[in-house]
Design a protein around this ligand. Structure first.
Ligand code: ADP
Ligand code: TRP
Length: 321
């Protein structure tokens, strides 16, 4: 089974990215043909700052390795190191219906959040389809926000296959319901572009400040509260052991849950959860040449696989004369 997913290096990776995608990908390392990549070409749709993009790419690589991804057990690379993806994106764009693109809500959401409306931002889903189809992925683990993009990739694959003959595997999304959408500090979806994240590798006072700023309502401590509509409880679910979670749930339901204390407990849990990974990340960041070498090797491996699909595609559409 080929499992593939990518992440944008457009800002510090956060716990929504971790539980929505990274953790699942890392868990597939032993039992599947795994493809993990950093989508710098996609990040260019929102980042026009040389330093931020380049540093973000290396940092995202360090994050994955620190969190346990073993580049020997998967193909791990940077999207732009495989230029074949751009050629495929163009070919796919010539048979992508405009109506399909116009229905994509992510474009409208991003523009509403202040990202410049560019052609790249609009055609983002076609490049994403090319990412997936180039490697003939069977399954794509993503957060719920990417579901529509996966549907676009499936539609494009099917359209290509009916137009030019069976060529692409039609990919399936893999969305874990427990972590489909990790809420941010303000209760909206946690996202780099919404400024409401808890970065995975933040520590000390900065992390404490973030956790203490998680939005909660003004219900007094002794009053009953609904854990299932509480943003803080949703985050706690990701980190707390089952027995402790049940105790806190009881406090919510019966009264006695003090948000301030629960936030401090969440802070401890986050610190414990990522303690080892933080040490490893510091080691990786201290050796950027090693990171570049890992990514370069991964890029070469990915490029060999990409070339096989692209050769077939070129033949199917008539670019081989
Ligand atoms: P962001 O919205 O922070 O820019 P990306 O779009 O780069 O994040 O997403 C990378 C991966 O992380 C995708 O699979 C996405 O679905 C997942 N993801 C991002 N935010 C969340 C979230 N809040 N909850 C669950 N998964 C998320
Ligand atoms: N659009 C995805 C996101 O913002 C990132 C992405 C690009 C991706 N190409 C991909 C995810 C291919 C899965 C497969 O999260």
């Amino acid at each position: 089974m080929k499992i593939l997913s990518g992440i944008q290096p457009s800002g510090k990776l956060h716990i929504g990215n971790y539980f929505g995608m990274m953790k699942t990908m890392i868990s597939h390392m032993e039992n599947s043909d795994l493809y993990v990549f950093i989508v710098d070409l996609h990040a260019l749709t929102s980042v026009h700052d040389r330093e931020r993009l380049a540093t973000g790419t290396l940092e995202a690589a360090a994050d994955f390795l620190a969190l346990g991804l073993d580049p020997e057990k998967c193909t791990f690379w940077v999207q732009s190191d495989v230029p074949e993806v751009c050629e495929l994106a163009w070919i796919l764009s010539t048979l992508t219906p405009m109506g399909l693109m116009e229905r994509c809500h992510s474009y409208k959401d991003k523009v509403a959040k202040g990202i410049d409306a560019s052609h790249g931002l609009f055609s983002y889903p076609v490049l994403m389809a090319a990412d997936i189809l180039l490697y003939q992925a069977d399954q794509v683990p993503v957060g719920k926000d990417q579901k529509q993009h996966l549907e676009v990739a499936r539609d494009i694959a099917q359209k290509f296959n009916t137009t030019f003959g069976e060529t692409f595997t039609v990919p399936e999304p893999a969305i874990s319901t427990r972590t489909a959408t990790v809420p941010g500090l303000d209760g909206q979806k946690m996202s780099k572009s919404y400024g409401n994240t808890i970065p995975i590798f933040m520590e000390g006072k900065a992390l404490k400040k973030k956790v203490m700023s998680i939005a909660t309502d003004a219900t007094p401590v002794e009053d009953p509260k609904d854990p299932d509509t509480c943003n803080l409880f949703a985050m706690l679910k990701l980190f707390a052991p089952a027995t402790r979670l049940q105790e806190i749930r009881d406090l919510y339901v019966n009264g006695g849950a003090a948000y301030g204390y629960i936030k401090l407990e969440l802070l401890d849990l986050i610190n414990d959860y990522y303690a080892d990974a933080r040490k490893r990340k510091a080691e990786y960041l201290a050796d950027p040449e090693m990171l570049r070498a890992v990514l370069k090797k991964g890029g070469e491996k990915a490029r060999e696989k990409a070339a096989v699909t692209l050769d077939l595609v070129r033949d199917r559409v008539g670019l081989k004369y």
